[in-house]
Design a protein around this ligand. Sequence first.
Ligand code: GLN
Length: 500
Amino acid sequence: MPGTTDLTKLTAAETAARIASGEVTAVQVTEAHLDRIAAVDEKVHAFLHVDREGALAQARAVDDKRARGEELGPLAGVPLALKDIFTTKGVPTTVGSKILEGWIPPYDATLTQRLKAADVVILGKTNMDEFAMGSSTENSAYGPTGNPWDLTRIPGGSGGGSSAALASYQAPLAIGTDTGGSIRQPAAVTGTVGVKPTYGAVSRYGMVAFSSSLDQGGPCARTVLDAALLHEAIAGHDPLDSTSIDAPVPSVVAAAREGNVAGLRVGVVKEFSGEGYQAGVMQRFNESVELLRELGAEVVEVSWPSFDRALAAYYLIAPSECSSNLARFDAMRYGLRVGDDGTRSAEDVTALTREAGFGDEVKRRIMLGTYALSSGYYDAYYGSAQKVRTLITRDFERAFASVDVLISPTTPTTAFPIGERADDPLAMYLADLCTIPSNLAGNAAMSLPCGLAPEDGLPVGLQIIAPALADDRLYRVGAAVEAAFVDRWGHHLLEEAPAL
Ligand code: GLN
C-alpha cells in the first residue's frame, strides 16, 4: 500500500485505477489530499474554501458503490479543486469577490452536477482574480496565491488557485475558466496542463458570468491524459445554456491515448514572437518546434495579420459584456448589502454595496464597458471591436485551411513576481497576448509544459490551437509532445519543482 505522500503524487488515471482495483479506497485518497492541503496551503493559498465533510462524504459514496459491486466511472474517487466561479449547492461561492462573501448558492452549476455524477471528489473552491478579471490572482479580494515553483511569484490568473493546487500536489485535477487565457496562462507558468475547449462545449449554467461570449470552463491537470478524462466528464450539450453546442463531444481520451503527430501540418504563428517575449521562452518554444519536426510533423510558418488588434478588441468586448453582466450585483439579490439601515434609498444601498464590494479592477472594467457601450461611442468602440473579432475569426479559418493545428508560446514571459505588475493594468493585460485570439474566435486551445526557461528556471508553456469542435487534435498533439519530453528529460517537469 503506498504511503500518504505517494497518493498525492499519482495521476488522476492511476488514482482511479487503484481505487477501482481496491488497492486503495477513495476515502484514503481524499484524506491524503486533505492532509496535504493542511500541510501546505497556508503557504500557497490555493483554496478559498475546503469542503472537508462534503469531500469525505463523496469519497465514502464511491467506496460504497464499489462494495456493492457497481461499476465505477473513469474518474471515480479522484479529488478535484474547483474554481470558485462555479456554483456549488450549500458550499460558499465568492468568485474571489467581497460582493459575494457569505453567499451560499441554492443550486449546483451543470459542471458541478456532472463532476458529482462522475463520482469526482470536490475538495473545495480555489482562489481566483475577482470575477476572473486578471492574469495573476492578485485581484482576488481574499489575497494572492503563490506559485509553488517560487512562492514570491504569481501562479497565473485568473485561475491561479487551481493551477497552484495541481503544482503543489493538493489535487490531481482542477477546473478553470478561460475568457482570455485564464486556464492556459496559469497552466503555462506552473508547469501544468490546461485546456480551453471550443466555446460552447462546457456548459456555462451556474458559472458566474464575466464576458458571456468569451467565457469557457475547462479541465486542468498535470498530464494530458488526465485533462482528457476530465474534459469528457464535463463537456456535452446542456439545454440550460443557450450557447451550449448540441454536437457529440470529440473523443479526446482516445486522442490522448493515441498521441501521434506523424504527417500532421503544424503552423507557427509569426506574430507570436519578437518584442516583449522572454529569450528563454522563445528558446524552449523553438525547441518544441524542432521536436515536432523530429516526431514527423510538417511545420510551416503562418502569418496572422489581425493579431496585433486582438488585445485591443478583447479589452473592449470583455468589459462591455461585464458591465452588463455585473449589473445583477445590486445588493438586493445576493451576498453583501451595505448601509441598509432604514434611512437610505435602494439606489443608495446599491451604490454603497458596489463601492465596498467590488475591487479596483472590476470597477475599472465596468466603467470602461459602460463607456464603450454608451450612445455616441458604441459604433466607434464596441462596433469596431466586433469587426476586428470577425477578422480574427476569418484569419483563423484561413490558417486552418492549410494546417491542422497552430502553435505558439502560451505566454510571453514566465511567472513574474507578485506585485510587479499590480499597479500597471496594461502590463498585466500583456500576459494574455497569445491566448486572447482563440477566445475571440471561439476555437479550442491547450497549454502544456515545454521546459524551464534557462534564465530563471521557471516553467514555459507551449500553446496548441485547433479549430472549433476539433478539440481531439489538441490531445493527440499534446500527448505526443508530452511523451517525447518526458522521454528526453527522464521525468515529468513538475518533479523539478521545489518541495514545499
Ligand atoms: N487576463 C484576462 C482578463 O483579465 C483574461 C481573464 C480570463 O480569462 N478570465 O480579462
